[in-house]
Design a protein around this ligand. Sequence first.
Ligand code: COA
Length: 263
Amino acid sequence: MSATRDKWRTAISYGDKHSVVLRGYDLAELVGKVSFAEAFLLLATGELPPPGHAKLLDAMMVSVLDHGIVPSSIVTRYLASAGSPIQAAVAGGVMAFGDTYGGACEQLGEQLAAHVPEIRAGRETQEQAASAIVKHFFSQGRKVPGYGHALHPEGDPRVPRLYRIADANGVTGDYSRLALAMEDALLKVKGRKLPMNQDGALGALGLDMGFDWRLLRALAFMPRSAGLAVHALEEMTREAGWRHVPDEEITYDGPPRRPLGRD
Ligand SMILES: CC(C)(COP(=O)(O)OP(=O)(O)OC[C@H]1O[C@@H](n2cnc3c(N)ncnc32)[C@H](O)[C@@H]1OP(=O)(O)O)[C@@H](O)C(=O)NCCC(=O)NCCS
C-alpha cells in the first residue's frame, strides 16, 4: 500500500500539545460559549449553526432521550444483567437501532434527500415528489417509514411540538415541506390520515438543519445512549442479575427427541 493511502485524514478535529481544535475552533474557547447541540451541529455540518437551530436540536434530543422498556433498553438491560461492562451494555442497545426499529428517519431521509434537489431544480413538483416516494415504498411492499403510530393514530403529540419550535426558529424548510406533503399523498392512496411520526420529524428536520441523511440515525441513538446508560445502571443496582426468559414462556417446536442411532 502506498504511503499516501496509509495516512489518516480528517476535516473534523485535531489535538496538539496546547489545544484541541474542532472544525477550526479552539475547543477551550467553545467550552462554556456554545451548547452541546451547537457543537454537535458544528461537527456534523462543518459550521456553527444559524441561531435557533441548536434550540430545535436540543428539543429533538430530549424527545428521544428515553422510551421505557423498548427493544434497545431490553438489550442493554440483558447485557447489564449478565455482568457486561456499562459501555458494552449501552453499545448493545445502540446496535438494536435497525431497519425495523429506529431506522425510519434514515429511510425517509434518503428519499427526501434524493427528491428535494429535483424540486429545487424545477424538475419535479412537491406533489409529484411526494407521490413518487410513497410509490417507491409501496412498490417494495413496504409501509412508508416515518408515518403512522400504533399508540397515537391521530398523531404523535411530540411532532407538532417540534414543528412549533422549528417554525419559531426558522428551521422548517424544503425537506419538512416535502415530508408534510407526503401526508396528503398517503391520504390519497390509503384513504386515511397517517400523520408524520417522531422518526419522520427527526429525519425531515435533521435534513433541514443540514445533516447528511446517512447521519440521521445518530439523532435517535446518540441521545438515547444517555438513557441506555441509566437503564444499565438501574439494572445493575436494582435487579437480581442474570435476567433470562422464564421456561414457561419458551416453546420448543423442533423435532421430538430421537435416537442418535450410533454406538
Ligand atoms: C408505526 C406502525 C407500525 C404503526 O402501525 P399501526 O398503527 O399498528 O398500523 P397497522 O400496521 O396495523 O396499519 C393499519 C393500516 O394503516 C396502514 N399504514 C400504517 N402505517 C403506514 C405507513 N407508514 N405507510 C403506509 N401505510 C401505513 C397499513 O398498511 C394498514 O392499512 P390496511 O388497513 O389497508 O392494511 C406503522 O404505522 C408503520 O409501520 N409505520 C412505518 C414505520 C415507522 O415509521 N416506524 C417508526 C414508528 S415511530
